[in-house]
Design a protein around this ligand. Structure first.
Ligand code: NAP
Length: 306
Protein backbone atom coordinates (compact mmCIF):
# COMPACT_ATOMS: atom_id res chain seq x y z
CA UNK A 1 0.00 0.00 0.00
CA UNK A 2 1.24 3.50 -0.60
CA UNK A 3 1.65 6.42 1.76
CA UNK A 4 -1.51 8.56 1.96
CA UNK A 5 -0.21 11.25 4.37
CA UNK A 6 3.51 11.98 4.82
CA UNK A 7 3.24 13.09 8.41
CA UNK A 8 0.41 12.18 10.78
CA UNK A 9 0.00 13.69 14.28
CA UNK A 10 -2.07 11.83 16.85
CA UNK A 11 -3.48 13.91 19.73
CA UNK A 12 -4.63 11.71 22.61
CA UNK A 13 -2.94 8.32 22.75
CA UNK A 14 -5.75 6.02 23.84
CA UNK A 15 -7.41 2.97 22.33
CA UNK A 16 -8.43 4.63 19.07
CA UNK A 17 -5.23 6.61 18.33
CA UNK A 18 -3.07 3.66 19.30
CA UNK A 19 -5.06 1.33 17.02
CA UNK A 20 -4.79 3.89 14.20
CA UNK A 21 -1.03 3.96 14.70
CA UNK A 22 -0.64 0.18 14.49
CA UNK A 23 -3.02 -0.01 11.52
CA UNK A 24 -1.07 2.77 9.73
CA UNK A 25 2.18 0.90 10.34
CA UNK A 26 0.64 -2.35 9.11
CA UNK A 27 -0.58 -0.75 5.89
CA UNK A 28 2.34 1.64 5.26
CA UNK A 29 -0.25 4.43 5.20
CA UNK A 30 1.86 7.21 6.80
CA UNK A 31 5.44 8.35 6.24
CA UNK A 32 5.84 9.10 9.94
CA UNK A 33 3.58 9.35 12.98
CA UNK A 34 3.99 11.72 15.92
CA UNK A 35 1.98 11.56 19.14
CA UNK A 36 0.93 13.71 22.09
CA UNK A 37 -0.90 12.77 25.27
CA UNK A 38 -1.94 15.02 28.13
CA UNK A 39 -0.22 13.15 30.97
CA UNK A 40 3.48 12.37 31.22
CA UNK A 41 2.50 8.88 32.35
CA UNK A 42 0.69 8.14 29.08
CA UNK A 43 3.54 9.66 27.07
CA UNK A 44 6.03 7.43 28.89
CA UNK A 45 3.91 4.33 28.26
CA UNK A 46 3.66 5.25 24.58
CA UNK A 47 7.44 5.65 24.31
CA UNK A 48 7.98 2.36 26.13
CA UNK A 49 5.77 0.34 23.75
CA UNK A 50 7.07 2.06 20.60
CA UNK A 51 3.82 3.88 19.87
CA UNK A 52 4.59 6.64 17.31
CA UNK A 53 7.94 7.51 15.73
CA UNK A 54 8.19 10.41 18.19
CA UNK A 55 6.11 11.36 21.24
CA UNK A 56 6.10 15.06 22.15
CA UNK A 57 5.34 16.86 25.39
CA UNK A 58 3.53 19.80 23.75
CA UNK A 59 0.72 20.21 21.24
CA UNK A 60 2.70 22.80 19.28
CA UNK A 61 5.52 20.30 18.64
CA UNK A 62 3.31 17.35 17.71
CA UNK A 63 1.44 19.19 14.93
CA UNK A 64 4.52 20.86 13.42
CA UNK A 65 4.55 20.23 9.66
CA UNK A 66 1.79 17.55 9.98
CA UNK A 67 -0.33 16.73 6.93
CA UNK A 68 -3.00 14.95 8.96
CA UNK A 69 -3.90 15.87 12.55
CA UNK A 70 -6.12 13.45 14.46
CA UNK A 71 -8.13 14.65 17.48
CA UNK A 72 -8.49 11.45 19.52
CA UNK A 73 -9.32 12.82 22.99
CA UNK A 74 -12.74 12.58 24.67
CA UNK A 75 -15.16 14.76 22.70
CA UNK A 76 -15.47 17.35 25.49
CA UNK A 77 -11.76 18.19 25.18
CA UNK A 78 -11.58 18.65 21.40
CA UNK A 79 -12.50 22.36 21.24
CA UNK A 80 -9.80 23.29 23.77
CA UNK A 81 -7.19 21.20 21.91
CA UNK A 82 -8.15 22.77 18.59
CA UNK A 83 -7.83 26.27 20.06
CA UNK A 84 -4.26 25.49 21.10
CA UNK A 85 -3.11 23.96 17.80
CA UNK A 86 -4.90 26.28 15.33
CA UNK A 87 -2.06 28.75 14.90
CA UNK A 88 0.49 25.98 14.34
CA UNK A 89 -1.12 24.10 11.43
CA UNK A 90 0.41 24.22 7.99
CA UNK A 91 -1.72 25.33 5.02
CA UNK A 92 -3.27 22.39 3.17
CA UNK A 93 -3.27 20.15 6.28
CA UNK A 94 -6.34 18.12 7.22
CA UNK A 95 -7.72 17.91 10.76
CA UNK A 96 -9.98 14.97 11.62
CA UNK A 97 -11.62 13.97 14.86
CA UNK A 98 -12.66 10.43 15.80
CA UNK A 99 -15.32 11.43 18.33
CA UNK A 100 -18.44 9.34 18.89
CA UNK A 101 -20.67 12.42 18.56
CA UNK A 102 -20.58 14.75 15.57
CA UNK A 103 -22.91 17.80 15.81
CA UNK A 104 -21.33 19.18 19.00
CA UNK A 105 -17.78 18.49 17.82
CA UNK A 106 -18.45 20.22 14.50
CA UNK A 107 -20.01 23.22 16.32
CA UNK A 108 -16.99 23.53 18.62
CA UNK A 109 -14.09 22.66 16.30
CA UNK A 110 -15.06 23.96 12.86
CA UNK A 111 -15.07 27.68 13.76
CA UNK A 112 -11.47 27.29 15.00
CA UNK A 113 -10.13 25.75 11.76
CA UNK A 114 -7.83 28.27 10.05
CA UNK A 115 -8.34 29.24 6.40
CA UNK A 116 -6.57 26.81 4.07
CA UNK A 117 -6.86 23.88 6.52
CA UNK A 118 -9.48 21.16 5.98
CA UNK A 119 -11.71 19.62 8.64
CA UNK A 120 -13.21 16.16 8.05
CA UNK A 121 -15.08 14.75 11.07
CA UNK A 122 -14.90 10.93 11.26
CA UNK A 123 -16.26 8.22 13.51
CA UNK A 124 -14.71 4.75 13.37
CA UNK A 125 -17.44 2.44 14.65
CA UNK A 126 -15.07 0.11 16.44
CA UNK A 127 -13.93 -0.17 20.01
CA UNK A 128 -13.50 -2.29 23.08
CA UNK A 129 -14.11 -1.58 26.76
CA UNK A 130 -10.37 -1.00 27.25
CA UNK A 131 -8.68 2.37 27.08
CA UNK A 132 -5.20 3.86 27.04
CA UNK A 133 -2.19 3.43 24.72
CA UNK A 134 -1.69 -0.25 25.51
CA UNK A 135 -5.26 -1.14 24.53
CA UNK A 136 -4.78 -0.48 20.80
CA UNK A 137 -4.25 -3.11 18.11
CA UNK A 138 -3.81 -3.07 14.33
CA UNK A 139 -6.94 -5.01 13.41
CA UNK A 140 -9.48 -2.92 15.38
CA UNK A 141 -10.95 -1.28 12.26
CA UNK A 142 -10.91 -4.31 9.97
CA UNK A 143 -14.28 -4.72 8.30
CA UNK A 144 -15.83 -2.11 10.64
CA UNK A 145 -17.54 1.03 9.45
CA UNK A 146 -15.99 4.45 9.61
CA UNK A 147 -18.63 7.15 9.19
CA UNK A 148 -17.34 10.30 7.54
CA UNK A 149 -19.38 13.40 8.32
CA UNK A 150 -18.16 16.36 6.25
CA UNK A 151 -19.79 19.69 7.06
CA UNK A 152 -21.39 21.56 4.12
CA UNK A 153 -18.83 23.05 1.77
CA UNK A 154 -16.05 20.60 2.70
CA UNK A 155 -13.19 20.17 0.25
CA UNK A 156 -14.08 17.14 -1.90
CA UNK A 157 -10.44 16.03 -2.29
CA UNK A 158 -9.81 16.14 1.46
CA UNK A 159 -12.94 14.02 2.04
CA UNK A 160 -12.00 11.51 -0.70
CA UNK A 161 -8.54 11.18 0.83
CA UNK A 162 -10.09 10.40 4.20
CA UNK A 163 -12.17 7.65 2.63
CA UNK A 164 -9.02 6.22 1.10
CA UNK A 165 -7.20 6.56 4.45
CA UNK A 166 -9.79 4.67 6.51
CA UNK A 167 -10.09 1.98 3.88
CA UNK A 168 -6.31 1.56 4.09
CA UNK A 169 -6.74 1.08 7.87
CA UNK A 170 -9.11 -1.80 7.11
CA UNK A 171 -12.48 -0.04 7.47
CA UNK A 172 -15.44 0.42 5.17
CA UNK A 173 -16.53 4.01 4.81
CA UNK A 174 -19.84 5.79 4.47
CA UNK A 175 -20.57 9.49 4.19
CA UNK A 176 -23.29 10.66 6.56
CA UNK A 177 -24.91 13.91 7.64
CA UNK A 178 -24.15 14.98 11.25
CA UNK A 179 -27.67 15.02 12.70
CA UNK A 180 -28.44 11.62 11.20
CA UNK A 181 -25.13 10.27 12.50
CA UNK A 182 -25.93 11.31 16.08
CA UNK A 183 -29.37 9.70 15.92
CA UNK A 184 -28.06 6.43 14.44
CA UNK A 185 -25.28 6.26 17.04
CA UNK A 186 -27.71 6.95 19.88
CA UNK A 187 -29.59 3.80 18.77
CA UNK A 188 -26.73 1.45 17.97
CA UNK A 189 -24.19 2.52 20.57
CA UNK A 190 -25.10 5.20 23.10
CA UNK A 191 -28.40 3.83 24.46
CA UNK A 192 -27.04 0.24 24.65
CA UNK A 193 -24.18 1.58 26.78
CA UNK A 194 -26.63 3.48 28.99
CA UNK A 195 -28.68 0.31 29.46
CA UNK A 196 -25.56 -1.67 30.38
CA UNK A 197 -24.50 0.98 32.90
CA UNK A 198 -28.01 0.95 34.37
CA UNK A 199 -28.29 -2.85 34.54
CA UNK A 200 -24.99 -3.18 36.38
CA UNK A 201 -26.03 -0.30 38.63
CA UNK A 202 -29.34 -2.05 39.44
CA UNK A 203 -27.54 -5.28 40.32
CA UNK A 204 -25.19 -3.28 42.52
CA UNK A 205 -28.11 -1.59 44.26
CA UNK A 206 -29.34 -5.05 45.12
CA UNK A 207 -25.85 -5.73 46.48
CA UNK A 208 -25.56 -8.70 44.17
CA UNK A 209 -22.77 -7.74 41.75
CA UNK A 210 -20.07 -9.06 44.02
CA UNK A 211 -22.07 -12.10 45.09
CA UNK A 212 -20.35 -15.32 44.16
CA UNK A 213 -23.51 -16.50 42.43
CA UNK A 214 -23.74 -13.48 40.16
CA UNK A 215 -20.12 -13.82 39.08
CA UNK A 216 -20.34 -17.58 38.73
CA UNK A 217 -23.47 -17.58 36.59
CA UNK A 218 -22.94 -14.28 34.80
CA UNK A 219 -22.40 -15.95 31.41
CA UNK A 220 -26.15 -15.62 30.95
CA UNK A 221 -26.26 -12.09 29.50
CA UNK A 222 -25.20 -10.11 32.54
CA UNK A 223 -21.50 -10.67 31.83
CA UNK A 224 -21.78 -8.76 28.57
CA UNK A 225 -23.47 -5.88 30.38
CA UNK A 226 -20.56 -5.74 32.84
CA UNK A 227 -18.08 -5.72 29.95
CA UNK A 228 -19.82 -2.77 28.25
CA UNK A 229 -20.29 -1.01 31.61
CA UNK A 230 -16.51 -1.14 32.10
CA UNK A 231 -16.05 1.36 29.23
CA UNK A 232 -14.15 4.56 29.89
CA UNK A 233 -16.18 6.88 32.22
CA UNK A 234 -14.80 10.15 30.79
CA UNK A 235 -15.47 9.19 27.19
CA UNK A 236 -19.02 8.10 27.94
CA UNK A 237 -19.83 11.07 30.18
CA UNK A 238 -18.87 13.30 27.25
CA UNK A 239 -20.89 11.23 24.75
CA UNK A 240 -24.10 11.67 26.73
CA UNK A 241 -23.48 15.34 27.51
CA UNK A 242 -22.80 16.13 23.84
CA UNK A 243 -25.43 13.88 22.22
CA UNK A 244 -28.17 14.95 24.60
CA UNK A 245 -31.10 15.46 22.19
CA UNK A 246 -30.76 12.19 20.27
CA UNK A 247 -30.14 10.23 23.47
CA UNK A 248 -33.23 11.64 25.18
CA UNK A 249 -35.37 11.06 22.06
CA UNK A 250 -34.24 7.42 21.76
CA UNK A 251 -34.49 6.83 25.49
CA UNK A 252 -38.15 7.90 25.29
CA UNK A 253 -38.83 5.35 22.56
CA UNK A 254 -36.92 2.67 24.46
CA UNK A 255 -38.97 3.32 27.60
CA UNK A 256 -42.23 2.99 25.65
CA UNK A 257 -41.16 -0.39 24.24
CA UNK A 258 -40.05 -1.53 27.68
CA UNK A 259 -43.43 -0.63 29.16
CA UNK A 260 -45.16 -2.55 26.35
CA UNK A 261 -43.10 -5.65 27.17
CA UNK A 262 -43.68 -5.13 30.89
CA UNK A 263 -47.42 -5.06 30.22
CA UNK A 264 -47.22 -8.23 28.08
CA UNK A 265 -45.43 -10.01 30.93
CA UNK A 266 -47.92 -8.78 33.54
CA UNK A 267 -50.95 -9.77 31.45
CA UNK A 268 -49.39 -13.06 30.36
CA UNK A 269 -49.42 -12.16 26.65
CA UNK A 270 -47.05 -14.88 25.45
CA UNK A 271 -47.92 -14.31 21.79
CA UNK A 272 -46.72 -10.71 21.96
CA UNK A 273 -43.48 -11.68 23.70
CA UNK A 274 -42.83 -14.51 21.22
CA UNK A 275 -43.50 -12.30 18.21
CA UNK A 276 -41.23 -9.57 19.60
CA UNK A 277 -38.34 -11.95 20.31
CA UNK A 278 -38.73 -13.65 16.90
CA UNK A 279 -38.40 -10.25 15.26
CA UNK A 280 -35.29 -9.32 17.27
CA UNK A 281 -33.68 -12.69 16.55
CA UNK A 282 -34.05 -11.98 12.81
CA UNK A 283 -32.26 -8.64 13.32
CA UNK A 284 -29.34 -10.47 14.96
CA UNK A 285 -29.15 -12.83 11.97
CA UNK A 286 -29.04 -9.81 9.68
CA UNK A 287 -26.04 -8.43 11.61
CA UNK A 288 -24.21 -11.75 11.23
CA UNK A 289 -25.02 -11.90 7.51
CA UNK A 290 -23.67 -8.38 7.08
CA UNK A 291 -20.38 -9.60 8.60
CA UNK A 292 -20.62 -7.13 11.51
CA UNK A 293 -20.31 -9.79 14.22
CA UNK A 294 -19.40 -13.40 14.64
CA UNK A 295 -21.48 -16.37 15.65
CA UNK A 296 -18.50 -18.00 17.37
CA UNK A 297 -18.81 -19.15 20.97
CA UNK A 298 -17.97 -16.38 23.45
CA UNK A 299 -19.00 -13.90 20.72
CA UNK A 300 -15.54 -14.41 19.20
CA UNK A 301 -14.11 -11.94 21.70
CA UNK A 302 -11.33 -9.87 20.20
CA UNK A 303 -7.87 -11.31 20.70
CA UNK A 304 -5.42 -8.44 21.08
CA UNK A 305 -2.60 -8.52 18.53
CA UNK A 306 -0.43 -5.71 17.29
P1 NAP B 1 -8.95 6.67 25.71
O1 NAP B 1 -8.36 5.34 25.46
O2 NAP B 1 -9.59 6.94 27.04
O3 NAP B 1 -7.83 7.80 25.46
C1 NAP B 1 -8.11 9.16 25.53
C2 NAP B 1 -6.87 9.99 25.31
O4 NAP B 1 -7.23 11.37 25.40
C3 NAP B 1 -5.76 9.79 26.34
O5 NAP B 1 -4.50 9.89 25.72
C4 NAP B 1 -5.96 10.97 27.29
O6 NAP B 1 -4.75 11.41 27.86
C5 NAP B 1 -6.44 12.05 26.37
N1 NAP B 1 -7.24 13.04 27.08
C6 NAP B 1 -8.25 12.83 27.95
N2 NAP B 1 -8.76 13.99 28.38
C7 NAP B 1 -8.05 14.97 27.77
C8 NAP B 1 -8.09 16.37 27.83
N3 NAP B 1 -8.98 17.02 28.60
N4 NAP B 1 -7.19 17.07 27.06
C9 NAP B 1 -6.29 16.43 26.30
N5 NAP B 1 -6.21 15.07 26.20
C10 NAP B 1 -7.07 14.36 26.94
O7 NAP B 1 -10.05 7.07 24.64
P2 NAP B 1 -10.46 6.35 23.25
O8 NAP B 1 -11.31 5.17 23.57
O9 NAP B 1 -9.26 6.20 22.40
O10 NAP B 1 -11.44 7.47 22.67
C11 NAP B 1 -10.94 8.61 22.00
C12 NAP B 1 -12.04 9.23 21.16
O11 NAP B 1 -12.51 8.27 20.25
C13 NAP B 1 -13.25 9.71 21.97
O12 NAP B 1 -13.67 10.95 21.47
C14 NAP B 1 -14.31 8.67 21.71
O13 NAP B 1 -15.62 9.24 21.71
C15 NAP B 1 -13.92 8.17 20.33
N6 NAP B 1 -14.29 6.78 20.05
C16 NAP B 1 -14.11 5.81 21.00
C17 NAP B 1 -14.50 4.50 20.73
C18 NAP B 1 -14.34 3.42 21.78
O14 NAP B 1 -15.05 2.43 21.75
N7 NAP B 1 -13.42 3.55 22.73
C19 NAP B 1 -15.02 4.16 19.47
C20 NAP B 1 -15.13 5.16 18.49
C21 NAP B 1 -14.77 6.47 18.80
P3 NAP B 1 -4.20 10.84 29.26
O15 NAP B 1 -4.02 9.37 29.09
O16 NAP B 1 -2.91 11.54 29.42
O17 NAP B 1 -5.24 11.18 30.28
Amino acid sequence: MSVIYDKVALIGLGLIASSMHWAMKRGGVAGSVTGYARSSETRETARKIGLCDAVFDTLEEVVEDADLIVLATPVGAMGAVMKQIAAHLKPGATVIDVGSVKQTVIAEVQPLIPAGVHFVPCHPMAGTEHSGPEAGFATLFDNRWCLIVPPKGSDADAVARQEQYWQALGAQTEIMEAEHHDMVCAVVSHIPHLIAYTMVGVADDLRRVSDQEVIKFSAAGFRDFTRIAASDPTMWRDVFLTNKDATIEMLGRFTEELFALQRAIRTGDGDQLHAYFTHTRAIRRGILEAGQDTDKPDFGRVQVER
